[in-house]
Design a protein around this ligand. Structure first.
Ligand SMILES: Cc1cc2nc3c(=O)[nH]c(=O)nc-3n(C[C@H](O)[C@H](O)[C@H](O)COP(=O)(O)O)c2cc1C
Length: 165
């Protein structure tokens, strides 16, 4: 029987998986937290649902569990700086959204005026899978922002891995 690849090797191979990069905002009445996410996908048309996978050690997990809502903002190729900005753990009292053009969507989560598209979601389920928690959200509102090409994890210098998280 062939040797199984080690988890570290699988993590390296996973980096070849082309995924869109988004910023997920969490909270009602002004985002309480925001983080860069690439492990995200639509999972149902009718009714529309999305999923996001968040490392169970990330601060955002407790926010997501308590507020039970999130908005997913798809980034454009020129938003690489934002991907880095929202991949930093928030500092106490810091407003990560300062300077960005945002507004409050139906659930109270912040959506970006300049996103390629955004989806505002009420959480309906949370499933623990290995070291991540998969949050399923029902899409209650969505819109397009600015036209452009998407930012992808296969673009140079944009990746998600344990070594960076
Ligand atoms: C391109 C990119 C994609 C990322 N995708 C994810 C992801 O899908 N899930 C996740 O938990 N973290 C992901 N991260 C890491 C988080 O954005 C980062 O750890 C962030 O600081 C977590 O915020 P928090 O600790 O305030 O929750 C990604 C980072 C980058 C740069």
């Amino acid at each position: 029987m062939a040797a199984q690849p080690q988890p570290k090797r699988i993590e390296e191979i996973l980096r070849r998986y082309p995924l869109a990069v988004s910023v997920v905002t969490v909270g009602r009445g002004g985002a309480e937290n925001a983080l860069t996410v690439s492990w995200a996908s639509p999972v149902s048309f009718d009714p529309p649902h999305l999923m996001i996978a968040v490392d169970r050690l990330h601060h955002s997990v407790s926010f997501l569990r308590s507020t039970r809502n999130f908005a997913l903002n798809l980034l454009r190729a020129e938003d690489r700086r934002l991907a880095g900005h929202f991949a930093r753990q928030s500092m106490l009292g810091e407003d990560k959204l300062e300077g960005l053009r945002t507004r409050e969507a139906t659930t109270g989560a912040a959506v970006f005026d300049d996103a390629l598209a955004w989806f505002d979601c009420e959480m309906v389920d949370a499933l623990e899978v290995g070291d991540h928690v998969v949050f399923i959200g029902r899409v209650v509102d969505a819109d397009v922002g600015r036209e452009g090409a998407p930012l992808l994890t296969t673009d140079a210098g944009v990746a998600y891995g344990k070594s960076r998280a």
